[in-house]
Design a protein around this ligand. Structure first.
Ligand code: ZN
Length: 131
C-alpha cells in the first residue's frame, strides 16, 4: 500500500485515503489510518514528535504510527511512501522462530542418535565384543 504526500496550509475537513497531508505552517501532519478504519491520525511534527522526510519515492515519517488507542490497534511505518505493517511478529522474528524450531529438531535427532549409539555399545558389550 502506498501513501503520497500532499502539502496543505489547513487540514481539509474530509481526508482522502492514501494521502499524508502535511502543513508545515502549523507543523503537523494528518492521514486516514492505513487499515481503512476511517480514523484520522494526527502526527505533530517536531524534534520530540514525528519527523518527516520527503524522498523521491514518497514521504517517510518517524517514529512508527501506533493506533493503540483506536479500536483497530494498527501499527505501521510510513517509509518512502509505503506502508510497512508492524505485526505481532516481524520478518526477523519469524526467521528467528524458524531457527529455534530447527535447533530443537536437531537436538531431538542428536538425542536419538546418542541413544541408538548407546544401545549398540551395550549390545557389543553384552556379546563380549567390547570391554
Ligand atoms: Zn485503523
Amino acid at each position: 500500500m502506498r501513501i503520497e504526500l500532499r502539502h496543505v496550509e489547513f487540514m481539509p475537513q474530509q481526508l482522502e485515503p492514501g494521502i499524508l497531508y502535511v502543513s508545515l505552517e502549523f507543523g503537523t501532519a494528518q492521514h486516514l489510518c492505513a487499515c481503512g478504519c476511517g480514523s484520522t491520525v494526527r502526527t505533530p511534527l517536531g524534534p520530540a514528535e514525528w519527523s518527516l522526510q520527503e524522498t523521491a519515492a514518497g514521504p517517510t515519517l518517524r517514529p512508527s504510527i501506533g493506533n493503540w488507542q483506536r479500536p483497530c490497534h494498527s501499527h505501521y511505518w510510513i517509509h518512502k511512501g509505503s506502508i510497512h505493517w508492524e505485526g505481532s511478529w516481524t520478518e526477523a522474528q519469524v526467521v528467528a522462530g524458524r531457527a529455534r524450531d530447527q535447533a530443537r529438531l536437531q537436538r531431538h535427532l542428536d538425542q536419538q542418535q546418542k541413544q541408538r549409539g548407546g544401545n549398540w555399545q551395550r549390545l557389543l558389550r553384552f556379546l563380549g565384543l567390547k570391554d
